[in-house]
Design a protein around this ligand. Structure first.
Ligand code: ZN
Length: 285
């Protein structure tokens, strides 16, 4: 009942793959529009008038484009975090209650991540004009490693979610469910996925539309954004771990009934050693 289901992962991937090409088109057209507006404004400005206003307009439009890019990519990431992510949160807590092996659960996330990547590919295929689908045999072959990288990065994000769901949700004491903690976890997963999308989208564009002229520049950007995404992942993982440790040290979990400090790492399904009260009543309400 609390297991994450592969069909939902596939469906979320299909939706993501269906919407993504449209978003990329909107962003490219927006970017071209902004650069055209800038050159139109800077032209007369270079004659000596309105340099400042041209600069202001250019900055505002660049900012607006960047903001809409971030918001829409974040929305796409929520397609995964709001569905598969919530299931993984539940499964992580349920695994502790049922005392399942702790490492096997991380490997169980692999098929889920793979279903997401397969779904994205299917979404690309059924999207209008199938813009991101391969047009030649060589690009079709390059899709295979791309899909494996998508699955790998999605898996890394789900590993983060499971790791911290166990430490945050399963350590939550009291009658009220850990609402804001769940929201924070969903938000963190969306942020991680959002950053992972950048090298994936650029890699996909390079595969489908080979840029022979500027290939080295594109490859540099791809490598840098890929390395940047991995560093971002490590930083967020480390920062979250420090926050969770600090919180556990500064406010140790107390029994909701007798208020004595519990010594248990995970409290779901456990009872107070002093008064016998259910430590995580929120789970069964
Ligand atoms: Zn107690």
């Amino acid at each position: 009942m609390f297991e994450a289901t592969p069909d939902l992962a596939l469906l979320a991937g299909v939706l993501l793959g269906f919407v993504l090409p449209g978003l990329v088109i909107v962003m490219i057209t927006g970017g071209l529009g902004v650069s055209a507006a800038i050159s139109a404004l800077v032209g007369p400005a270079s004659a000596g008038t309105g340099v400042m206003s041209a600069f202001v307009v250019a900055s505002i439009s660049m900012l607006a484009l960047a903001a809409s890019l971030i918001i829409s990519t974040f929305g796409l990431a929520c397609l995964i975090s709001g569905t598969v992510g919530l299931q993984v949160q539940r499964a992580s807590v349920a695994d502790i209650v049922s005392d399942r092996s702790r490492y096997r659960g991380y490997f169980h996330l692999l098929p889920l991540a793979f279903m997401v990547s397969l779904g994205i590919e299917a979404g690309f295929f059924i999207a209008p004009f199938a813009m991101f689908s391969p047009r030649s045999l060589s690009s079709a072959l390059q899709i295979i490693p791309w899909l494996l990288i998508v699955a790998g990065l999605t898996w890394l994000c789900l590993v983060y979610l499971r790791f911290f769901s166990r430490r945050v949700l399963a350590a939550h004491v009291g009658p009220r469910p850990p609402k804001w903690q769940r929201r924070l976890l969903t938000l963190a997963l969306s942020g991680l996925l959002c950053v992972m999308f950048v090298p994936l989208i650029f890699g996909r564009i390079l595969i489908v539309f080979p840029q022979d002229q500027y290939r080295s520049g594109w490859m540099w950007f791809l490598t840098l954004s890929f390395a940047g995404a991995l560093v971002f992942y490590l930083v967020i993982f480390g920062a979250s771990w420090i926050l969770v440790r600090l919180r556990a040290l500064s406010s140790p979990a107390n029994c909701p009934s007798c208020n004595r400090v519990t010594r248990q790492k995970y409290v779901v399904g456990k009872f107070c050693g002093y008064c016998g009260e259910d430590l995580a009543a929120w789970l069964f309400v």
